[in-house]
Design a protein around this ligand. Sequence first.
Ligand SMILES: *Cc1c(COP(=O)(O)O)cnc(C)c1O
Length: 452
Amino acid sequence: MNELDLLGQADARGRRYTETNAHRRVFPSADAIAALAAFDEPLPEHGLSAEDTLALLDDVGSPATTASNGPRYFGFVIGASLPAAAAAERLMLAWDQCASTFGNSPVSATLERITARWVLDALDLPRDSAVGFGTSATACTLTALVAARRTLLARQGWDFDRLGLHGAPEIKVVVSDLVHITVRKALRVLGFGQQQIVHAPVDAQGRVDASRLPPLDEHTILCLQAGEVNTGAFDPFEQIIPVARKAGAWVHVDGAFGLWARASSLAHLTRGIEHADSWTTDAHKWLNTPYDCAMTICRDAQALSEAMNSDAVYSGASADAQKNLTLEFSRRPRGIPVWAALRSLGRKGIAGLVERHCSQARRVGEGLAQAGFEVLNRITLNQVLFRCPTDAQTLAVCAAVQESGEAWFGGTVWQGRPAMRISVSSWRTTDSDIDALLDLIVRVSHPVRASV
Ligand SMILES: *Cc1c(COP(=O)(O)O)cnc(C)c1O
């Protein structure tokens, strides 16, 4: 089979998968998972046919997918893929560009530069900021923190690039008590020990309590968040950031999903966030682009481009070349699906997506409260945190929903006890999917409440 026929088959299989997206089990059946054993072959001595390889991938792989690109997946904050973004991604695969610099790929560099401008516009962040399109919020937070530490050290007269960390003035980090695990991971990778990390107490909604903020100074990186993973709550930026800046601290905001509220009528939740030094956000969550796609945004463009610089004798580039703003050297132009998403949604469309999910989340919360569940968060965003009267019931209801295949959401622990969290973040989710979700939860909870 020639290359074009093979790619045609892949398109046809992808199309069939997408057509059946809304009807497939949201979490694969035990049979589909058991069938994955078919992949367990020894590495072939001689290559097998590409056609057979594609067929195996689809026939065995597709049934064992999680239908997170469908309308009834409410786990984590996953988001589906917008048609424009998914389509752009497919063309991008045909191009197979190495989007390090303009010299590597003029079209990629041009589009990512424009997309950077659009992102700053949509999020109303300082227009001179650098925007690096990285693989994930995890990687983007890491790069922001590298720039933060290097800049704070430079202000102390310490040349980090030459001297490294050995003997350097100590930099400490203040994080929310409910800081996302990936920020912790980025800090650990960067060599911040637990002793250098101070926890800021939070209130009942999971927001950093401004009245109990630990001391900050010019040796401090403060990490705040827009969108706590359980409650969707925002830290009080307007109260905290001016204090931090006055103290000379660097403020980083993890807005993996929540930062997009700023592009909607919920922008007031983010008031004051524009005064931070750096921000992280994902496109692959709430903006509904395919994976892997996230952004580091850094007010001081030079701070990021110097920290991430990877110019070489054979590969020089401008300061805003993506290889000088991200961890990657060879990289795909992951800003292109962001461009397609933003272009196809427009300002109104982004706002509409965010606002619809937030109102759907409120509808879920109201339905659950009426059905006798305890809703644990004030639903200001797209997250609903809830539980049953007893912990055993909470665990059983969560498991029953997951096993049903009709919808999926995950469990968590909130204030020491099991809880369930629903995140509305797929463009495909309609109000009738929300009704179906509520029906399902109520239906599975009847036998559970009777028995445990
Ligand atoms: C998902 C998430 C992250 C990590 O994002 P990745 O893109 O998965 O690395 C960080 N912070 C918050 C609040 C998140 O929800």
